[in-house]
Design a protein around this ligand. Structure first.
Ligand SMILES: Cc1ncc(COP(=O)(O)O)c(C=O)c1O
Length: 416
């Protein structure tokens, strides 16, 4: 969270006072640091320089056009999981030649769109999907590139909802079936079988699952490479953890590189990576204003103007987000920070020491740059928050706050 620091007791985003941003743009408000995005991207690329990876920013983590465009400017590609994300990535300036398309349920329409745009490759998640991509490519008179997503059955030691590389998960093809899937793909007329893909889960705080997975797939990759001239990519997915709380000690890019590079070099394939959270997670905060301080017989609640429709991670993943007072204070209370939504699951912090605050005070929910606005909704008919990007002393709204009219856009009441 280096881009968010106190200066004379006031929280700043780079060189801009967070209180000033709240005044100008209102709350709840997402604030992103452009400098943080750039530093994270560059640090990762530098650590992995020996294999010159294609870094495909995982657009699902942050769909903001200004964020994607910042990364496009650094040479980033994109990992997308829907036609909508493909559209966003292209619109924000990512070249199609650097876009990988994942996801277990690609529709024919999405596949045709991606084929027509000539993306880098599809990461295919099942045998029927290989057939479908081939059929679509035949119809269009095009050729699709595919990387088979292998499920290496490795425990990423993360929340059960964000674990994706274990055998019971819906993702990828079991390693035992991957050979048959790759051979079948290689035999089809309208697809080139160009590599394999893995994504173990997220966030990973330890490098050992990556190493275990690479050890599991290495021989298979070398075999495919020897057999098929088209086979040239190993996509190692994303999942690199970040610091959510003071005590978190995620591995550094250098430690990651030390662990995985020997295996990757042995394979001699073009490396593709799909980080999302590592780049964007700590680039953002969610600024919210206290509406009420409510005490009941058991504890104190700060009721704020942000809610689970703005930030779903605490109820969905039992995720921890640091909460900072925008005006520094060392006083704390024990209790909850909650939103106004009619659900007991509508909380940002629960049963912990929190900064003391009064009605009208501003709080910053930290590590809100990934899987935050991107997962927001209109639940309880709440317009989505605005997003602002800061760079040094400059700031700009990069997504306007939704209006009440936005809430009902496209709705019709039948005349009958
Ligand atoms: C296929 C794939 N790649 C990359 C990512 C990005 O993960 P992270 O943001 O943790 O790096 C995800 C996250 O779900 C994913 O499913």
């Amino acid at each position: 969270m280096d881009s968010f620091q106190y200066r004379n007791g006031q929280l700043f985003a780079e060189d801009v006072s967070v209180a000033d941003l709240a005044e100008e743009y209102g709350t709840p408000l997402y604030v992103y640091s452009r400098t943080h995005l750039i530093e994270q991207y560059n640090t990762l690329v530098a650590a992995m320089a020996d294999v010159e990876p294609v870094v495909c920013f995982s657009v699902k983590s942050n769909t903001c056009a200004a964020v994607i465009n910042t990364l496009a400017g650094l040479g980033s590609g994109a990992d997308v999981v829907s036609g909508g994300e493909l559209f966003r990535a292209l619109r924000a300036g990512i070249p199609a030649s650097k876009i990988a398309f994942a996801g277990v349920g690609k529709t024919r329409d999405e596949i045709r769109y991606a084929l027509e745009e000539d993306i880098l490759f599809f990461t295919v998640e099942s045998e029927p999907e290989v057939e479908r991509i081939n059929e679509c490519a035949v119809e269009l008179g095009l050729k699709g590139r595919i990387a088979v997503r292998v499920n290496p059955d490795v425990d990423p030691k993360t929340h059960k909802y964000t674990s994706t590389g274990k055998k019971e998960n819906k993702f990828g093809v079991d390693l035992s079936r991957a050979r048959a899937a790759c051979e079948r793909a290689a035999a089809l007329p309208a697809v080139d079988m160009v590599g394999i893909h893995m994504h173990l889960g997220s966030p990973l705080m330890d490098v050992s699952p990556y190493v275990e997975a690479l050890e599991k797939v290495k021989d298979f990759c070398l075999e495919m490479k020897a057999k098929h001239a088209t086979f040239r990519y190993i996509d190692i997915g994303g999942g690199l953890g970040i610091k959510y709380r003071e005590s978190d000690e995620p591995f550094t890019p250098a430690q990651f590189a030390d662990a995985v590079l020997p295996h990757l070099k042995e394979m001699g394939l073009q490396v593709v990576m799909e980080p999302g959270r590592f780049i964007a997670g700590n680039s953002g905060i969610l600024v919210t204003r206290v509406q009420y301080v409510k005490d009941n017989a058991f504890k104190r609640f700060l009721i704020v103007d942000a809610a689970m429709n703005d930030l779903l991670r605490p109820p969905l993943y039992e995720a921890y987000h640091e909460i900072l007072p925008v005006t520094e204070t060392s006083e704390t209370f024990f209790g909850d920070v909650v939103g106004p939504i009619c659900e007991s699951g509508d909380f940002m912090a629960r049963d912990r020491d929190l900064p003391t605050a009064s009605e009208g005070d501003l709080l910053a929910v930290c590590s809100a740059g990934a899987y935050a606005f991107a997962m927001s909704s209109n639940y309880n008919s709440r317009p989505r928050a605005a997003e602002v990007m800061v760079s040094g002393d400059r700031h700009q709204a990069v997504r306007e706050r939704e209006s009440r009219d936005d809430l009902v856009r496209g709705e019709n009441i039948p005349e009958w």
